[in-house]
Design a protein around this ligand. Sequence first.
Ligand code: ADP
Length: 540
Amino acid sequence: MDLDPWSLLKASLEGNDSGTAILSIDRSSKKSEILIKNQIFASLEPEFDLNTFLCKKIENSDFSTELIYITNGTILEASFGKFQFPEGKKNKEYTKFFIKDITTKQRQEEEIAWRLRFELGVASSIQILIQQPSIREGLPQAIYQLLYFTEMDSVFFLKYETVGKKDFFKTWANERKTTKYPLLPEKCQTEDWYDLGLGRWVHKLKKGKTIYLDPNKALPREKWFFEQTKAETILLIPVRFENRFLGVMGFFKYKQNSPIEHENLLIYQTVSRWMGLFVQRDLDLTELNRYKSTLESLVLERTVALTKTKEELEHAYRAKTEFLAHMSHELRTPLNSIIGFSKLIQLPDSDETGKEYLNYIYTGGTRLLNMINEILNLMKIESGQIQIQLTSFKPEDICRQTLDLIQPQANAKGMEIRFRPPLQSKVIHSDGGKIQQILLNLLSNAIKYANHPYIELDCEWAEGNLEISVRDFGPGISEEDQNRIFHTFTRLNDDGKIEGTGLGLSISQGLANRLGGSLELKSQLGQGSIFKLKLPEIIK
Ligand code: ADP
């Protein structure tokens, strides 16, 4: 059977899922003619003015794809394809012409784009709230995002507050797409919502329920709200945190009969849940700041009190130092007379008792004078009044002079002092008198507290420092007493048999520090003690 080529072509077009036609266009006159078409094409053809469309296309030689919007809402896609037709006439060209109904596809794409935009708006508004340290600063901007990316015309956040038993809502943010739309009525901020006839709403919101209303569904007493706000649809969603009612997210639409889709409603509720988190964070921060400022003022108060106490103490301390220095001086003068005159009084040899009493006066006076001298010395060190007299000398010379002075005390106890001078004879730049005072005290202690045939006095240079050690083989000092003995008036095992004031070591340590050095103790009970005086070669 011999089939005609046109019938074959037509049969092949029927297999297409879009309306397809073969078009011939006269090269010179630009007139077009549809040669064959499939059934889909035939059914779509009456939907629009095919002739005008083709004329325009051919005239402009524009064969790009084009969307044709039809008033009933249908969207058609028209496109052209090259077509080789060897049997055709020379003065004509042939084109394949497709028309497709893409209404559903287009609607779906628009819907997806809208949803993307919507979700982008929600995400970016949440992002703003996350980034801002305070919700008050971020809220208007966040709400703006919601407005511009969603279907809503007005969005607001009302913070819930109670005064006594009254329910109030304070506007934290109220943004509109244009200023044509009114803001929330002023009385919504200042009056109890129950008194405004909106008690049903508050009741529901507090229970966590969403209010989604249009004027037709509103109760008569609620109608004024729609009239004043001009809203056609209102959506009020409770903002909560852990069952605590914090406020309301509100949304208005001004277009009539424009319901909110269920899916979108869920998204608005999600936004409101997030809001709960941010509001709570804001409340926590405010509370924290309140504590912080109370704490700061408390610290300030305490600091002032402490400074005052410190000043009072310093004043008292200065007064004490001055008093003691003064008193010591006052005491010294009459004491010197007592001691001096007790020495001068000549009693007959027969007056044994008188001589004994005189001796008491003399030794008692001397002891008292020593103590007063030491107190005076300590006061001077503590108040920083002690004067340093710097000279250059060899330390071994000072050691020898000190030995000469202390020798009688050692002899009286039958003790030997073994002295080891430094291997390297070097000059020190320091206060010789003060060093001697320290050494006298250390040696005198060693003689007083140790019962051993000898004590040792070592003088050496170590790493540029002078080290003078006084070593005894006496009772030693327990670890816990080693710190204590440098405190004023501390005496160990004070049974009154050994004379002393408990001031010598405090004075010695104070002097050592004043000379830029230190006084250290190494001791073990039963093994004896080593007091080491460390001094720099030159006082800095
Ligand atoms: P004082 O000797 O006048 O009591 P110090 O301040 O010089 O005062 O000494 C404080 C106390 O430390 C002494 O009372 C004594 O108990 C103890 N002490 C000092 N040196 C030695 C020592 N070499 N061995 C044992 N105890 C000592």
